[in-house]
Design a binder for this molecule. Structure first.
Ligand SMILES: [Ca+2]
Ligand SMILES: [Ca+2]
Length: 139
């Protein structure tokens, strides 16, 4: 698959963060991820990013006002800022993560989702680093 396929696989628009993760998979830099590269990438990505700390950090950034859970509005605002994702797309993603269907994402729900989809964890980590450096520049 190419970068466009990869971003539609993740249901995310093409962005710098998605491209960075794509490049991690595409070992020989030919612009395509073949099945072997995909499997290798999955193994590489699932290890360092799925630590409890990374998910805690992600949770903290999403839960801006420290409610102890992530609301749909939280997720919509951060994903719009990061990927210009429209609110309807974010709602689909939100419902996938909110397995108990109670309208809020808890830490446990985010953690089990990140374990299923290591690409997301990695993309968000890149994103958070960008956001952090943006913030430190304005301070
Ligand atoms: Ca390749
Ligand atoms: Ca929930």
């Amino acid at each position: 698959m190419n970068l466009k396929d990869f971003s539609s696989y993740l249901s995310l628009p093409v962005s710098d963060a998605v491209k960075q993760v794509f490049d991690m998979y595409d070992k020989d830099n030919d612009g395509f991820i073949d099945f072997k590269e995909f499997l290798i990438g999955l193994c590489l990505l699932s290890q360092p990013v799925n630590t409890e700390d990374t998910i805690k950090l992600a949770f903290k950034i999403f839960d801006k006002d420290k409610k102890g859970f992530i609301s749909l509005v939280d997720l919509q605002s951060i994903l719009y800022t990061a990927f210009k994702m429209n609110p309807v797309e974010v709602e689909v993603l939100f419902n996938k993560i909110d397995t108990k269907k109670d309208g809020c994402i808890t830490f446990e729900e985010l953690k089990s989702y990140a374990k299923q989809r290591p690409e997301y964890a990695k993309i968000f980590l890149i994103l958070f680093n960008d956001l952090k450096s943006m913030r430190s520049k304005t301070e």
